[in-house]
Design a protein around this ligand. Structure first.
Ligand code: NAP
Ligand code: G4F
Length: 321
């Protein structure tokens, strides 16, 4: 018998890779989708006919109950969120409503409608913020540095709380930054690779950026969604860090991306205070030993390969226009 999965955030980067993985595994995939005036489904255009969409929003409890009822899921992946850290200072309340309270709305919809469904919460390394130890692992205390990070800490603990209060199979995946050609263009990796392609094609002359000294543990989204699935296939629910165990500066990212296209980044990158954040997360470096040992999860794409994949994809997109 095939399993049913309900994925929130299906139009996003991770939702698209996870939907592909679940369809490959024979799942019936239901996707929660918000109604938008201009429907953009670039990430899932190629699989949209295989997905059953249910209209809903994390802010609308009734729509979530309806989604769980309609899909009768064996597994629920809660990926939806206001996920851009910089925006969380511009819209802190909305970020709290979607990224924090939205998790309770989803957990409660599952608890009331199909409590035996397995639940995955998309937690984040942003929760470690001003890190208190390096590398960061499951037991590292949180010290969030943005309204987004604060909201994710709430989402993490409410997931743990529902597991402990109601004996639900609920897992929190603490994922470090993961990227791909499907990453939104406002995030730093894609902002850089998109600009490199545009500059190479003569469509852009400079790239304005913020803090080049920040360090991140960047992996490939396609590898990370496999960990989400593995977390829901275990005998008992638990929380796991997913990371590469390598850290790189934004500066290195810029150098590799421009260099790969035969460009010197110094000729194009301009530091603009507009992109510097009110409070920064200076260093993220994860230790995913637990996931490797207990889930058998492993990394396939390394940092340099990832950056080159994204530059190639952005060049290809422009060449097709
Ligand atoms: P993303 O590309 O920004 O996708 C976010 C998704 O959430 C989109 O499908 C969006 O729908 C949906 N969404 C936003 N607000 C919603 C609401 N109120 N109701 C219903 N849907 C809503 O994010 P991602 O990179 O795939 O990340 C997936 C999840 O993992 C997020 O929770 C993110 O915070 C978390 N995470 C990401 C990373 C990373 O490095 N990528 C690391 C750790 C954790 P629309 O298309 O309609 O906007
Ligand atoms: O790509 P970013 O915007 O990602 P950030 O803030 O690390 O958050 C991402 O990863 C989290 C996991 O740790 C997720 F939870 C979250 O949803 C999101 O996916 O910025 C990365 C770094 C920051 O230090 C930022 O200050 O790049 C620095 N940066 C420097 N110049 C810039 C820029 N970031 C952006 N977006 N744009 C710039 O021009």
């Amino acid at each position: 018998m095939s399993k049913n999965a309900l994925v929130t955030g299906i139009t996003g980067q991770d939702g698209s890779y996870l939907a592909e993985l679940l369809l490959e595994k024979g799942y019936k995939v239901y996707g929660l989708r918000r109604r938008t005036s201009t429907p953009i489904m670039d990430n899932i255009e190629h699989i949209k006919n295989e997905i059953e969409f249910i209209e809903g929003d994390l802010l609308d409890q009734g729509s979530l109950i309806n989604a769980v009822r309609k899909s009768s899921p064996d597994e629920v992946y809660n990926l939806a969120a206001q996920s851009f850290v910089a925006t969380s200072w511009e819209q802190p309340v909305l970020t709290g409503q979607a990224t924090a309270i939205g998790v309770t709305n989803m957990l409660d919809a599952v608890r009331l409608t199909k409590p035996e469904a397995r639940f995955y919460q998309a937690s984040s390394s942003e929760m470690f913020g001003k890190v208190v130890e390096t590398p960061q692992k499951e037991t590292t205390p949180f010290y969030p540095r943005s309204p987004y990070g604060v909201a994710k800490v709430y989402g993490h603990w409410i997931t743990v709380n529902y597991r402990e209060s109601y004996d639900m199979y609920a897992c929190s995946g603490i994922l470090f930054n993961h990227e791909s050609p499907r990453r939104g263009v406002e995030f730093v990796t894609r902002k850089v690779t998109d600009a490199v392609a545009r500059i190479k094609m003569g469509l852009q002359s400079e790239l304005r950026m913020g803090n080049l000294d920040a360090k991140r543990d960047w992996g490939f989204a396609g590898d990370y969604v496999k960990a989400m699935w593995l977390m829901l296939q275990q005998d008992s629910p638990d929380d796991y860090v997913i990371s590469t165990g390598e850290t790189h500066t934004v500066h290195e990212l810029v150098e590799i991306a421009f260099g790969y296209a035969g460009l010197n980044w110094r000729d194009y990158v301009v530091i603009d205070p507009k992109f510097v954040r009110p409070a920064e997360v200076d260093l993220l470096l994860g230790d995913s030993t637990k996931a490797q040992e207990k889930l058998g999860w492993k990394l396939e794409v390394g940092f340099e390969e990832l950056v080159k994949m994204m530059v190639d994809s952005d060049l290809k997109k422009l060449n097709q226009k």
